[in-house]
Design a protein around this ligand. Structure first.
Ligand code: ZN
Length: 205
């Protein structure tokens, strides 16, 4: 039985959800007015992410942290890429200590970040695709965080929209909408095969 893998989440940015705007000159997603603040949101999100990883049992410990002493460190970031089709990026998981190539943003050069989710672009998808419906930002963001951590633990994309590892890029609006609805309703989870892959990654040196 390998030692548990420690994962830290920095979700401070998600305490305040901001409206999304696109800068005309750069095309980049930029911060707009705050539409929802909840200082307790990071803790609730961490709890929701933990629930998605429950099938891994004691193999993984997930908590809020600054990455110090952790094996994996995912950070919420408003947006720093210009591609409105990317909600997150992660290193590939080749084993407990080895990770595939991953480019941190310059501001995080000295932090042990191994993955990001982009608050702004995900908020934009929620607004555009589920606009008007009652949405749990916690449930939707938890799925995107779990998806990115899934990559870090060796799980790849699938095309099925009812799978947490759904490949977002290049999909139809209808499929994206369904994925978000399932995430909102807490109906996405890791399959037994994905759980086995993650456990194998953790067991590898
Ligand atoms: Zn992905």
């Amino acid at each position: 039985m390998p030692a548990p893998l420690y994962i830290h989440l920095d979700l401070a940015e998600l305490a305040a959800l901001e409206q999304v705007m696109q800068d005309r000159a750069s095309g980049l997603i930029v911060r707009g007015p705050v539409f929802s603040s909840d200082l307790g949101r990071p803790a609730k999100l961490c709890e929701a992410v933990r629930a998605l990883f429950a099938p891994l049992g004691d193999a993984v410990f997930i908590r809020l942290g600054d990455g110090t002493g952790s094996d994996r460190f995912l950070k919420a970031d408003f947006a720093w890429n210009a591609d409105p089709d990317i909600g997150g990026v992660s290193a590939e998981g080749l084993g407990r200590t080895k990770l595939g190539p991953f480019n941190r943003r310059a501001a995080d050069a000295n932090r042990p970040v191994t993955g990001y989710i982009f608050e702004g672009v995900i908020g934009s998808w929620i607004g555009e695709l589920l606009g008007g419906a009652t949405i749990s930002a916690t449930n939707v963001f938890a799925c995107f965080i779990a998806h990115e951590l899934g990559h870090q633990l060796g799980v790849g994309h699938v095309q099925a929209k009812d799978d947490i590892m759904f490949a977002w890029k290049g999909q139809t609006l209808a499929d994206r909408k369904q994925y978000l609805r399932l995430a909102n309703d807490v109906r996405l989870g890791f399959t037994p095969a994905q759980v086995a892959t993650m456990k194998a990654t953790i067991a590898k040196p």
